[in-house]
Each structure stands twice: as structure tokens, then as C-alpha cells.
Design a protein around this ligand. Structure first.
Ligand code: NDP
Length: 477
């Protein structure tokens, strides 16, 4: 017997993906640079299904049925290139190499093009859900050719998370499309986490709630439209008490958020594509500021308003107001993320079905949420929707939330509670709504100092005003 798929790279992610495949009845070939990981897997989990351990690249390749499907799950970057180079020469035309690590989509495009030249399919695949997801059902975002999905798709759909019986896996599009979509997923994740963190800070700063009380608020929210994995785990984290000190866990954690880099990639690509993803950018910058230890040391104690917590009616409605502000800001975050996918699709010639993306994010991944089903429905009704904010239900929800949203942002500003996520989301919404933007003035300034020209509202063409001739004072020599 031969294996229908092989996994090389058996650290937490690869091991769990291999076990997931075996548990679903697929024969899985196993390989890892250092042999011990392969032996450990077979020893500890060999009874979960059929594994074919291999201790050389040749042995591994020979144990696979054709077309061979090799899943690489190693450290992203140079190690991925090294592993591709190890296996590619042993494979034959039509075989498939899958990179399921967190690659940058530009690397995936480069690798796909190079391997296509050699007659091999290369499938850059986003996998979300961490190690638990990999074992019990992740959200899977494969790019690459349609032909490769014909053989790979059924396997991946089989092991992915399911929502209402629908697999959280779909062919995203050619070459780097899968890794691009995974990148934006992570960017949205940053934004979602920042908004939730700001909600916590507001409830504490404006109402004086303790973390355990706020955990209860999140638990309640999790029974409604905000129902999501991130809200659920937030409640757990906030309810957790540090065993050593008896203090709320959140109070003994250093307040410096770290990052592995996918959020930063999302923002860099957003800038390259010229698409506003201000919510994601603020979330990344908020992490950067939190980690700027020296700078914060210098800034701590700068004058601000006195923080008298809210009282009376304002206090009573505040938690509900924050829920509405969070929901509206979250819609903006997703609207921006989906616009970035649209922009990436247009730039690289991918025909990405946004509704299908929302559908496969409903389960398995970190941003899984009830709300994604509404996004799926919005794109199903209108595939070319310019922004989620104009779709019927979201438009209505934001309209109903906006008084609360504005009031929460003004309370934050008045009390000096930093809410970059909420504030930028609201500013984006108001920018989108605006009849006219002050960009007209910016164009005037650009034309004045640099003769950059401008377009007019009443005539076609580009224009330049001779500013000096129209009374610009001569500057002194
Ligand atoms: P790591 O990223 O820690 O990578 C360890 C694995 O890479 C080991 O199998 C190691 O082999 C192998 N490796 C490293 N360098 C080389 C090399 N030069 N040649 C051959 N093999 C090499 O493992 P994870 O399981 O955490 O992640 C795997 C991939 O999945 C990464 O790209 C990661 O970004 C991505 N990912 C991780 C998630 C997570 O939650 N951890 C979630 C989603 C994606 P050896 O045992 O011999 O050292």
C-alpha cells in the first residue's frame, strides 16, 4: 500500500495535521529532518490510523501514490526553500507540493512560478486554527492551480472544520491567493483582538469594573451577535486568577504585545495596494507602541484629563454602548479586510469569491464567528458589493449603533482612554459617508508647492493654477 498524502515537518502543526489526516482514514507518509520526531509520532499516535514513516527523502517520495502530494510544514522562509529543493528533484510531472506554513504570498508566487516551469504543482496553503485546529479541523485556504485542487481538495475538505456540514476549505485562487487570504485573516485577527482589548479598557476605565465582572459582560455578549471564538477566550482570560499572587491574571501580565509579523505584512501590502486598512494598521501600531518600553517610560505621567468614572444614566447604558461600538468597529475591520482581498485579487489576477472566504472562516480559524455567516450571505446576495458597510443588514446595524459608537469614542477621548481601533473605525466610516472630503484642499496644496496638478469637478482634464501670478507674495530672496 502507498500513502495518499505525505507530511514533512512534524513539529506541532505538521504532526497534528498528519494525525488529523490519519484519523480520517487516509494513509499518511511521514518525514522530518530529524528522525526522532517521526519515531515519536508513530510511537505515540501510531494507533490513530495508518502511517508510513520514512527516514529519507527518497523513501518518503517512493511511499506516495501518484500524483504525489507532499505537504511541507516547516519554519517559513529559507527552511521552506531548502525543503522544496530537497524534494522537487525527486518528484515527477503532475506531482503536488503543498506549503502549509505561514509563507509570505510573494514567496509563494515566486515558488509557484519556478515549480510550474519544472512541471510541478505548488500549492501555497493558509492554515488557521493553531495546533488544536490542525488536529480537530482547521480552516484551510489553498491557492495554486485548479488541477491540484482536484486531487488535494477532497482530502483537505475532509479534515477541515465543518459549519452546518460545509467544509471550511475552498480553492481560493491561483498561485499566492491562499497565503494572501491567510495573511488578511491574520490582519483582521489583529484588529478584532485590539477592539476587544479596547472594550475591556473602556469598561474598566470608565466604569471601574474588575476583570472578573468584565468577563461576565463578555460572556453575555458571546450569546448574541458578537458570538465568536475571540470573545469566548477573552472571557476566559479575564476570569482567570493568577495562582501565585491571587491577582487577576490580566494584571500580572506585562502589557507589551508581541507579534510574529503577519499583521505587519498585511499593513505593508495594504500600503502597496493603496487600500485603506486603517483598523488593521492601528492594531499593529498599538502593539508597537505597547512594546516601545523606553518611549512609554518617557511618556508615562504626561498630563491628561482627570478620570472620573461615569455615573448615573451614562454609566448604566455604557456597557451596551460599548457592545454596539465594538460591533460597528468590527464591521469596519472586516469591510477593510475584504476590500484588501478584493484589491489583491484585482492586482494579481485572482478571481476570489469573497463569500466563499467568509464561509470558510466561519469555523476552525481564530476569527471564527457567527457574524461571518452574515458576511457570507451579504456576498452571496451581492458578489460585487463595494463594501460590507453598504450591504442591507450591516448598514442597518451600523446605523442603529452609531449614536452609541460616537458616544463611546467621545467618552474615551474625554477620559483619556486610548481607543485607536474604535476611533479609526469611526473616522473611516465618516470618511466613507462624506459627500466631499478635504482631499480637495490637499490637491490644492500639492498644486501650489509642486505643480502636481488637479482634476476639476466640472470639466475633464488636469489643471494647474499659476499661483504666483494669482497674487502669491514673492518670497524674499
Ligand atoms: P516550526 O515553525 O517551529 O518549525 C519546526 C519544523 O521545521 C520542524 O519540523 C523542523 O525540523 C523543521 N525545519 C526547520 N528548519 C528546517 C530546515 N532547514 N530543513 C528541514 N526542516 C526544517 O513548527 P510549527 O509546527 O510551529 O509550524 C510549522 C509551520 O506552520 C510554520 O510555517 C508556521 O508559521 C505555520 N503555522 C503555525 C501555527 C502555529 O500555531 N504554530 C499556526 C499556523 C501556521 P526539525 O525537527 O528537524 O528541527
Amino acid at each position: 500500500t502507498k500513502a495518499s498524502i505525505g507530511v514533512t515537518g512534524l513539529a506541532v502543526m505538521g504532526r497534528n495535521l498528519a494525525r488529523n489526516l490519519a484519523r480520517h482514514g487516509h494513509i499518511v507518509a511521514l518525514h522530518n529532518r530529524s528522525e526522532q520526531r517521526t519515531r515519536d509520532l508513530v510511537e505515540q499516535f501510531g494507533d490513530e490510523g495508518q502511517f508510513i514513516p520514512a527516514y529519507s527523502a527518497r523513501e518518503f517520495v517512493d511511499s506516495l501514490e501518484r500524483p504525489r502530494q507532499v505537504v511541507i510544514m516547516v519554519k517559513a522562509g529559507a527552511p521552506t526553500d531548502a525543503v522544496i529543493e530537497e524534494f522537487a528533484p525527486l518528484l515527477e510531472k503532475g506531482d503536488v507540493i503543498v506549503d502549509a506554513g505561514n509563507a509570505h504570498f510573494a514567496d509563494t508566487r515566486r515558488r509557484e512560478a519556478a515549480l510550474r516551469e519544472r512541471g510541478l504543482h505548488f500549492v501555497g496553503t493558509g492554515v488557521s486554527g493553531g495546533e488544536e485546529g490542525a488536529l480537530h479541523g482547521p480552516s484551510i485556504m489553498p491557492g495554486g492551480s485548479k488541477e491540484s485542487y482536484a486531487s488535494l481538495g477532497p482530502l483537505f475538505e475532509d479534515i477541515s472544520a465543518k459549519v452546518d456540514g460545509v467544509p471550511c476549505c475552498t480553492h481560493i485562487g491561483p498561485d499566492g491567493a491562499g497565503h494572501f487570504v491567510k495573511m488578511v485573516h491574520n490582519g483582521i485577527e489583529y484588529s478584532d483582538m485590539q477592539l476587544i482589548a479596547e472594550s475591556f479598557d473602556l469598561l474598566r476605565g470608565a466604569l471601574g469594573y474588575e476583570p472578573a465582572q468584565i468577563a461576565e459582560v463578555f460572556r453575555t455578549w458571546n450569546t448574541g451577535r458578537l458570538d465568536s471564538y475571540l470573545i469566548e477566550i477573552t472571557a476566559e482570560v479575564l476570569a482567570h486568577t493568577d495562582a501565585a499572587t491571587g491577582k487577576p491574571f490580566v494584571d500580572i501580565v506585562a502589557d507589551q504585545a508581541e507579534q510574529k509579523g503577519t499583521g505587519r505584512w498585511t499593513v505593508q501590502i495594504g500600503l502597496d495596494l493603496g487600500v485603506s486598512i486603517s483598523g488593521i494598521a492601528e492594531a499593529v501600531f498599538a502593539r508597537s507602541l505597547s512594546g516601545s518600553v523606553g518611549l512609554r517610560e518617557a511618556g508615562r505621567g504626561l498630563p491628561g484629563p482627570t478620570r472620573a468614572p461615569l455615573s448615573g444614566a451614562a454609566a448604566e447604558s455604557f456597557a451596551d454602548d460599548v457592545e454596539r461600538a465594538l460591533y460597528a468597529s468590527k464591521i469596519v475591520a472586516y469591510a477593510q479586510g475584504f476590500n484588501q482581498i478584493q484589491a489583491g485579487g484585482a492586482e494579481y489576477g485572482w478571481d476570489i469569491d469573497l463569500g466563499a472566504v467568509a464561509s470558510i472562516w466561519r469555523g476552525g480559524c481564530i476569527i471564527r464567528a457567527k457574524f461571518l455567516d452574515d458576511i457570507r450571505a451579504a456576498y452571496a446576495a451581492e458578489p460585487k458589493l463595494p463594501t460590507l458597510l453598504t450591504s442591507g443588514d450591516f448598514r442597518k446595524a451600523v446605523d442603529e449603533a452609531q449614536d452609541s459608537w460616537r458616544s463611546v469614542v467621545s467618552t474615551a477621548v474625554r477620559l483619556g482612554i486610548p481607543t485607536p481601533g474604535f476611533s479609526t473605525a469611526l473616522a473611516y466610516y465618516d470618511g466613507l459617508r462624506a459627500e466631499r472630503l478635504p482631499a480637495a484642499l490637499v490637491q490644492g496644496q500639492r498644486d501650489f508647492f509642486g505643480a502636481h496638478t488637479y482634476r476639476r469637478t466640472d470639466r475633464d482634464g488636469s489643471f494647474h493654477t499659476a499661483w504666483a501670478a494669482e497674487g502669491r507674495p514673492e518670497s524674499p530672496a
